[in-house]
Design a protein around this ligand. Structure first.
Ligand SMILES: [Zn+2]
Length: 286
């Protein structure tokens, strides 16, 4: 099914033609996994899931490129070694590039809950947004509505738990910022997508920060690791710990991104851990 509106259909006013990369012409197409997919643009960049793993995680990204044409071309051209299962456009249209059964190449070097092959256990969704390097615009409401609908369908079909819907920055804190602090995780959570508690208010008080060496730092690192973050548990607040705390803030306490574990950050983390489902803790502690 090609959704590009070359013919003057009733949709032509509402939708711009989709910029299908030239490289996608002639690629073997497939049936969409989700009923709300509007276009298939097959990407050659995928492999088989390791040991037949079934996806039980959804990873959200932004494209981080100036325009959608460039983003689709990059995701669907052989040799770039990147892809995603889905791309959600700003107008809410959803493009599928890789079948869910296959392993798309979106996570890169990453780790979550002790799992290093995140691509084998996840479904990757690229959300079209220029990202931090190009002005980082707000995510339009209809785009977010489409992300929610897509995720809900995947969660139902694949039995993905809400706390297994994560940001690329959660699994690769040293390398990635996407989808970033403007991404409305609270709106997703209102629709049952993702794990969220209202962030604890920012107040004055003691904080753990870069350079601190203490049992409290060890407890913080243990709590972050229990939630799923790949963090060294050393008792030393090193650069890696600061990056993980910043990633945590970007997702769960976006009002201040400073990599400092203040009272608000610690309380929000504890509240999240306390509200994980019982088997969720077991997965995270594995
Ligand atoms: Zn990403």
């Amino acid at each position: 099914m090609s959704g590009s509106s070359a013919s003057p259909g009733s949709d032509s006013k509402r939708q711009r033609a989709l910029p299908v990369p030239k490289t996608a012409a002639g690629m073997r197409t497939f049936d969409p996994d989700s009923s709300i997919v509007s276009d298939i643009i097959p990407s050659p960049n995928w492999g088989e899931r390791n040991k037949g793993r079934q996806p039980d995680m959804i990873l959200l990204h932004y494209t981080g490129m100036p325009d959608v044409e460039g983003a689709l071309a990059r995701l669907c051209t052989a040799g770039t070694e990147v892809s995603a299962h889905y791309v959600v456009l700003e107008d809410g249209r959803i493009v599928q590039c890789v079948q869910e059964a296959k392993r798309a190449w979106h996570a890169g070097v990453s780790s979550w809950a002790g799992e290093d092959d995140v691509n084998s256990c996840s479904i990757g969704i690229e959300i079209v947004n220029r990202g931090h390097d190009w002005g980082y615009p707000e995510f339009p409401l209809r785009q977010i509505a489409a992300v929610i609908a897509l995720c809900r369908g995947i969660m139902l079909r694949r039995k993905v738990a809400p706390h297994r819907v994560l940001a690329h920055s959660d699994v690769a804190p040293a390398r990635k910022k996407d989808p970033g602090e403007k991404f409305p995780w609270h709106s997703l959570a209102n629709s049952g997508v993702g794990h969220w508690v209202t962030p604890a208010p920012i107040v004055r008080g003691e904080s753990l920060m870069l350079g601190t060496i203490s049992d409290e730092v060890m407890s913080l690192q243990q709590a972050l690791a229990k939630y799923g973050y790949g963090v060294p548990v050393s008792g030393k607040y090193d650069a890696a710990t600061m990056e993980v705390v910043t990633a945590f803030q970007r997702h769960f306490r976006p009002a201040r991104l400073d990599g400092v574990a203040d009272h608000s950050t610690l309380s929000t983390l504890q509240a999240l851990l306390a509200s994980l489902p019982a088997e969720g803790t077991a997965v995270a502690a594995k």
